[in-house]
Design a protein around this ligand. Structure first.
Ligand code: GDP
Ligand code: MG
Length: 319
């Protein structure tokens, strides 16, 4: 896509250059001094600079975006909310794939988005698998009140990876994770830091959304499309700055492990019955890794507090 855009700009420039050259063209001896040619070119450039600039519309950038995530998490409603500015509560379950084209203006660029809204039900795998390739952006959705839809995100990535095959490159796709249905606060079972950690540790964008109230939807799409434009302008590769991971995998893994640990021993990563020294050693290692002054990973503060409490609890009972 960038090649096409770049080519377009290239052609435009070439056109102007030959126009200028035509205006200057006149018979001249071969031996004309180089300096005169340079002067003529400079004069032409100056004329071009003072002439009112022709605004040549750039061709809209064409992109392909797909939605992924379990059935019923709100993929279709998120897309509808953005495209039609309304919530359709009784939206029909997607059968296979819904397809739509929409034009949007992001910064100074017009982009033509081809959206393939995929059905999340396993039954539609055979229909979905055709649509993974040549995608610039993925909207990955889960329902914050349904833990299994969050746990399923890894299998969605795995399905895409498998369909793209060994030569497919997931690194050059912009992923945005939507933690959807945040209006249902009573039933929330995946908190923000957990979702954000999962997304950001993979270099994905993360947004809390509600297709019902509209919260987060516009910001999500604006940032998502903007990141896709940056990707296209960067020759189809995700620019390094967009990854923006400011914490290590070790920190992310430790937070996840602490969050899922079943007791204080497990939390510190020591065997039940470990000595004071072993507990202190394990504690120090985690405290250095997750200290709020050093670690900005989502959830690090809670993980740090949990580790402090686990150590206190264990030391109380060890002689
Ligand atoms: N409360 C609430 N319900 C939502 C939200 N988004 C979608 N829904 C509901 O969730 C159900 C499934 O939505 P749909 O968009 O069809 O899910 P999909 O299968 O992922 O495409 C529908 O009954 C919607 O009304 C939301 O943000 N908040
Ligand atoms: Mg749907």
């Amino acid at each position: 896509m960038e090649t096409r855009g770049g080519g377009e700009r290239g052609r435009t420039r070439k056109c102007r250059a030959s126009g200028g050259a035509r205006a200057l063209r006149r018979p001249r001896p071969r031996s004309r001094p180089k300096v005169a040619v340079v002067a003529a070119v400079v004069a032409a450039a100056a004329m071009e600079a003072t002439a009112p600039k022709r605004k040549e519309p750039r061709k809209p950038l064409r992109i392909k975006v797909i939605s992924m995530g379990n059935a019923e998490v709100g993929k279709s409603c998120i897309i509808k909310r953005y495209c039609e500015k309304r919530f359709v509560p009784k939206y029909l379950a997607t059968i296979g794939i819904d397809y739509g084209v929409t034009k949007v203006q992001i910064r100074d660029r017009e982009i033509k988005v081809n959206i393939f809204d995929m059905a999340g039900h396993p039954f539609f795998y055979e229909v979905r698998n055709e649509f993974y390739k040549d995608t610039q952006g993925v909207i990955l959705v889960y329902d914050v009140g349904q833990k299994e839809s969050f746990d399923a995100l890894d299998s969605w990535l795995a399905e895409m990876k498998q369909e793209l095959g060994p030569h497919g490159n997931m690194d050059n796709v912009v992923f945005v994770v939507c933690a959807n249905k945040i209006d249902c606060t009573k039933h929330r079972s995946v908190d923000e830091s957990e979702g954000r950690l999962w997304a950001e540790s993979r270099g994905f964008l993360y947004f809390e959304t509600s297709a019902q109230t509209g919260e987060g939807i516009n910001e999500m799409f604006q940032t998502f499309y903007s990141a896709i434009i940056d990707l296209c302008d960067n020759g189809g590769k995700r620019p390094p700055s967009s990854v923006g991971v400011s914490f290590t995998k070790e920190q992310a893994d430790a937070i996840r492990r602490i969050r899922n640990s079943k007791d204080s021993w497990d939390m510190l990563g020591v065997k039940p019955g470990a000595t004071r020294d072993e507990v202190n050693k394990a504690y120090r290692k985690l405290a250095v890794l997750l200290h709020p002054d050093k670690c900005v990973a989502p959830g690090s503060e809670d993980a740090f507090k949990a580790v402090v409490n686990a150590r206190t609890a264990l030391l109380k009972n060890i002689k």
